[in-house]
Design a protein around this ligand. Structure first.
Ligand code: HEM
Length: 148
């Protein structure tokens, strides 16, 4: 519950930066270049790359599903309101959504290890200029507005 509410507030704040664009679709199509670090073949990345945006939407979807299905299977409070058939489907949805969310988090951890300098951004909330220029050039240009 606390997770769903706090994530809901966070998602509201970040959703504008997470809209999927044509450049993101192109980024996903060129995933081989992403993994091989051939950044010159990729469309310019803004504040978030398509992988980060996808994780955002996976989290929005699975947490919403977990919340709704979790309430349906919540014994002894809410479950008696629903039929046994619906409860069974809800348990299945709950377990599948938990699996997808966990898998997403694991991939996310690998991505952080893969790209040097990223953990600092997550723990301190800041990144170096070089890192930003290299991995998120569109965003770098926007925030630095002409300064080097
Ligand atoms: C968002 C709010 C959530 C609510 C209200 C909720 C509620 C519940 C309830 C009531 C159960 C059944 C417990 C029992 O009767 O033994 C359950 C089981 C479970 N929950 Fe959640 N849950 C939530 C979020 C999550 C999250 C974030 C995860 C993991 C990513 C998760 C993973 C599971 C798993 C794996 C089970 C066991 C499913 C099974 O038996 O197949 N839940 N949850």
């Amino acid at each position: 519950m606390v997770l769903a509410i706090s994530f809901g507030l966070l998602a509201k704040r970040f959703h504008a930066d997470n809209r999927i664009t044509d450049a993101d679709r192109e980024w996903v199509r060129r995933f081989r270049d992403v993994v091989a670090n051939r950044d010159q073949n990729l469309p310019e990345v803004g504040r978030y790359n398509a992988g980060q945006k996808l994780l955002f939407w996976v989290m929005v979807t699975t947490i919403a599903l977990l919340l709704v299905s979790g309430i349906v299977i919540w014994q002894p409070w809410f479950a008696p309101w629903f039929s046994i058939g619906l409860t069974r489907v809800a348990v299945l949805i709950h377990a599948l959504a938990a699996f997808v969310l966990t898998a997403g988090v694991i991939v996310h951890i690998y991505a952080v290890i893969w790209i040097k300098g990223t953990l600092r951004g997550m723990t301190r909330g800041t990144v170096t200029r070089t890192w930003a220029k290299h991995h998120h050039p569109g965003w770098y240009r926007e925030v630095s507005k002409g300064t080097k």
